[in-house]
Design a protein. Structure first.
Length: 182
């Protein structure tokens, strides 16, 4: 139980720090951040009993005032703004990706580099879909696509590639350390 709690706290800190990696881009009020990379990596590396509470607690901490969202933003007014869909998408993506991965981890295909990449891409799509859905309540759908999806496609692909490499490195490290401790 203590081990899970520590893991949850460490993942929350990792996500909060990755939210500080933020780039303003034209055409949108939403930044490109490192959150997606860390959240989707967590969804694959950490078991659902760690990943799901970690993302939910992260969101709640941001809503109640800790400056842990993109660029140190926080609070209810930030949460319900243009980024609401993306933040809700974080939760849905973690639940989906973590469940898919951990329910199929024993299958060879689940641990392959391409499968991990596909899971990252799927998670990115879920987040972007939720973001566009929210933005479509504020502006016309085509404008929501132009400002909430299009500017993020390339970064989603790059972060998914990095995520697949990061997960592979973490799996290798875990495999190496467990085989040397035997």
């Amino acid at each position: 139980m203590v081990k899970h709690f520590i893991s949850i706290v460490l993942w929350i800190v990792f996500i909060a720090f990755s939210a500080r990696i933020s780039f303003d881009i034209p055409l949108t009020e939403v930044n490109i951040t490192g959150q997606t990379l860390s959240i989707l990596t967590m969804a694959i590396v950490a078991r659902p009993r760690v990943a799901i509470p970690a993302i939910c607690i992260y969101v709640v901490l941001g809503i109640i005032g800790l400056p842990i969202f993109s660029d140190g933003n926080n609070g209810w007014s930030y949460f319900i703004g243009p980024t609401l869909g993306y933040i809700v998408g974080f939760i849905i993506a973690v639940i989906s990706i973590s469940t898919i991965y951990w329910n199929n981890k024993e299958h060879d295909w689940a641990n392959g580099w391409i499968s991990i990449l596909m899971l990252h891409l799927l998670g990115s799509f879920i987040i972007l879909f939720c973001g566009v859905l929210r933005l479509s309540f504020i502006k016309p759908f085509i404008d929501a696509m132009i400002s909430g999806f299009t500017p993020f496609v390339l970064s989603a692909i790059v972060k998914s590639l990095l995520g697949a490499l990061l997960v592979a490195a973490i799996h290798k490290y875990i495999s190496d350390t467990s085989s040397t401790s035997d």
